[in-house]
Design a protein around this ligand. Sequence first.
Ligand code: ATP
Ligand code: MG
Length: 176
Amino acid sequence: MEGESLVLVYTGNGKGKTTAALGLALRQVGWDRKVLVIQFMKGKGNVHGERMAAERYLPLLEIEQHGRDEFVDLKNPAQLDVELARKALRRAEEALTSGEYGMVVLDEINVAMATGLVDPKEVLDLLDRRHKNTDVVLTGRYCPKEIEDRADMVSEVKEVKHHFRQGIPARKGIEY
Ligand code: ATP
Ligand code: MG
């Protein structure tokens, strides 16, 4: 916003990484800055409150899903998952270099890097080449060390408790 743009990371095993990134996105929108959220490994069939909120009420916030509706087999991703992740990365490149966005959120990209769908070196290169006014947020568990080293801010969300362990399934407005 003022001064140098930032690279911000939310990682760790607790709930709150994507929602923290969306909180930053909301702040940016309040200052009339455009935000693009690129969700890695998530299919368009995933209905999320944030996407509906953006479509209905927040013209400055764009949310795109890049992936299949099914879960990615993290130990053995399909070729299609690799291709979709590559496409998402190309989209990220376009958005980060264009100067059009105040912030670009690369949601779940840490998991995409940790599982080999995306090469962390390419992400580092993209961070270097981004427009000087564009802040970048990377979310997801297992953030690679080289990305943490490059980031200006890293927060690790730690699970203390999660209602899932009591058998409470994913809920509207809480999980999606
Ligand atoms: P949120 O989108 O709610 O901010 P997150 O981005 O931190 O969560 P992810 O690692 O992306 O979490 O996981 C996606 C889903 O898994 C979310 O719906 C979230 O509620 C759930 N989840 C996150 N952490 C845990 C956990 N420790 N135990 C069980 N489920 C979890
Ligand atoms: Mg998330």
